[in-house]
Structures are given as C-alpha cells and as structure tokens.
Design a protein around this ligand. Structure first.
Ligand code: FMN
Length: 283
C-alpha cells in the first residue's frame, strides 16, 4: 500500500472489536515488527506480544495511557528498548513501522504512553532489567469504528488538526518563512508527513530546508527525565525517509548535528535531532 494512502487514512484506534486476530496474522505482525529497520543498529529494541490484551489493559490501568487510562484491545504489543543515547527516536522510528504494518493488514493500533509509573508497568510485564525502558505500547485488533464513522472522525478531530506547512518549515535558517524554491521535493514530502501521529497531537517538530538538506528539530521539554518529543521525532523521521524512497529520492538521516543549532539560529527551546541529506541531487 502506498504510504500517502496510509498517512491520509490512518488514525489512532481507541475502540476495538472483541474478536482475536488469527494467530498466523498476529505472528506475521510480530515477526515483521522485530525485523523493522532500526535507526541505530547498536540499540537493542524488542517487541513483546501480550496475547491477552484484555488482561494487560486491566493490569496496566493507572500505569499507562493518558492520565493512566488504557484502552481495551484483544492483544497488546509493548516496545522494550535498551536505555542508550538515541533510543527515543529509534523507538519512534521502529514502532511506527509496526503501526504501518498493522494498518496494511487492516488492523488498528494506538500509541499508549508509559509515563510516571514506568517501574510498575515494567513489573506487570516481568521486566526487571534496570537498563531497559518501557515507554510505549499499543493495543492491536480490529477497529470497531466503521468507515463512515471514521470519515466523520477524521474530519472533526483528525486531519484538520495538524499544523500547516508554513508553520513547520523554515527556509535556510530559523524563522525565514520566504520559500526559496517552488515545489521543493522536501517540502512536498513534508506536506504529506505532517499528518504523522505525535504525543497529544503536539507535533513538536520544526524543519529547516537548506538546499538538499532537511534539518529536523524538536522541542526540548522533559517529561519524567526524558525528552519524549524525540519519540515523535523518530516517528516523522521514518515517514520522511520512507516517503523519499517511495518517490525514488536517495537520502538518509544522520545524527552528526554538532554546531547546527548555532548555524541555523535555532532557539533554545528546540534541539536538532537529525539531518536528512539528499546526496546532492534528486533522482
Ligand atoms: C508517543 C505517543 C504517545 C501517545 N500516547 C497516547 C496515549 O497514552 N493514549 C492515547 O489515547 N493516545 C496516545 N497517543 C496518540 C495521539 O494522541 C495521536 O497520535 C494524536 O492525537 C493524533 O491523532 P491520530 O493518531 O488519530 O492521527 C500517543 C501518540 C504518540 C506518538
């Protein structure tokens, strides 16, 4: 399935049918998740399938989800990552691939945060390794919302609630809003990927387009000691890269961002997460 279609139609699913997923399909999803492309090869991340989603959502109540509110789903998948520099964006990047895989199989998912009670949530899943982080899970199953309800939902609270391109793109340096190139390929990509999901729909990302390079910054605010905007950053990094490749553009993300905040006059409240270089030319 075309990625544009995914971005146009996907949304978080918070209401599920009770029916279980066929074990073969579930196995296909979890196997696919485990082989999702990492952003950083050296960060260990595991996807844990929780067969009994009903029980998991009950046990996790108070420890996961906005205000400790979990969502009932037939199954759950938890992402457990090694605690290492870059692990937040790597988590966003890989877990969103799982979400897309599930969507392509007709299944719904919803990012569920683990915020203030991480040690309790880890206990529920028998994770006792201090160096492992459990920051997100997702229910997985068949959406209870029909196509027509979904259309209405999208119109009311979904697609219109995203920042427009003007609000997220700067040209050459921060705050330069004067577009220098009409229909720049990177701007065309951003026009699509701005529909990516983010925590509380905050869309903490800002982009500078400098010739064939895209500089991604995210807000710096810490929640529970971690800058979780980096997870959202990783999500949009996945979409930018996948969309570029789909358009047969050759490009990749790099974490060599030293000195870029100063160079591009990025304000204190943001940090540069990564830069996407198009290797000089568009194919
Ligand atoms: C890192 C992250 C954590 C999230 N945590 C929750 C959550 O705990 N509960 C919830 O209902 N939705 C959660 N969401 C879903 C967002 O609220 C949702 O993606 C956003 O509002 C945009 O809506 P959409 O996904 O339907 O396009 C989370 C999303 C992300 C990316």
């Amino acid at each position: 399935m075309d990625l544009i279609q995914v971005l146009d139609n996907r949304s978080s699913v918070r209401s599920y049918e009770k029916r279980k997923i066929d074990p073969l399909l579930l196995n296909k999803i979890i196997t696919g998740a485990k082989s999702t492309k990492p952003l950083y090869e050296d960060i260990d991340l595991n996807f844990l399938l929780i067969e009994n989603g009903h029980e998991a959502s009950k046990k996790m109540a108070g420890y996961a989800g906005y205000f400790g509110k979990t969502i009932e789903g037939p199954h759950y998948i938890a992402a457990i990552t090694e605690n290492k520099e870059g692990c937040l964006e790597n988590l966003g990047y890989r877990m969103e691939q799982l979400m897309v895989l599930a969507y392509q199989e007709g299944l719904g998912t919803c990012w569920i945060e683990v915020l203030h009670q991480q040690h309790k949530a880890k206990e529920v899943l028998n994770i006792f390794d201090e160096n492992k982080l459990l920051l997100a899970l997702t229910p997985i199953g068949y959406s209870r919302i029909g196509i027509s309800e979904k259309l209405v939902k999208n119109i009311i609270d979904g697609k219109s609630a995203r920042n427009n391109l003007q609000e997220i793109v700067h040209w050459g340096e921060w705050n330069n809003k004067e577009q220098t190139v009409d229909n720049h390929p990177l701007a065309c990509i951003l026009e699509r990927v701005r529909y990516a999901p983010s925590w509380a729909n905050q869309q903490p990302w800002q982009f500078i387009i400098d010739d064939n390079t895209l500089i991604l910054s995210v807000t710096k605010e810490k929640r529970d000691g971690l800058n979780r905007s980096r997870i959202d950053g990783g999500i949009i990094m996945f979409y930018v890269e996948a969309m570029a490749h789909q358009k047969e553009m050759d490009g990749k993300w790099s974490a060599s961002v030293k000195g870029l905040e100063k160079k591009y006059r990025i304000p204190e409240s943001y940090e540069v997460l990564s830069i996407f270089s198009m290797n000089g030319a568009f194919k």
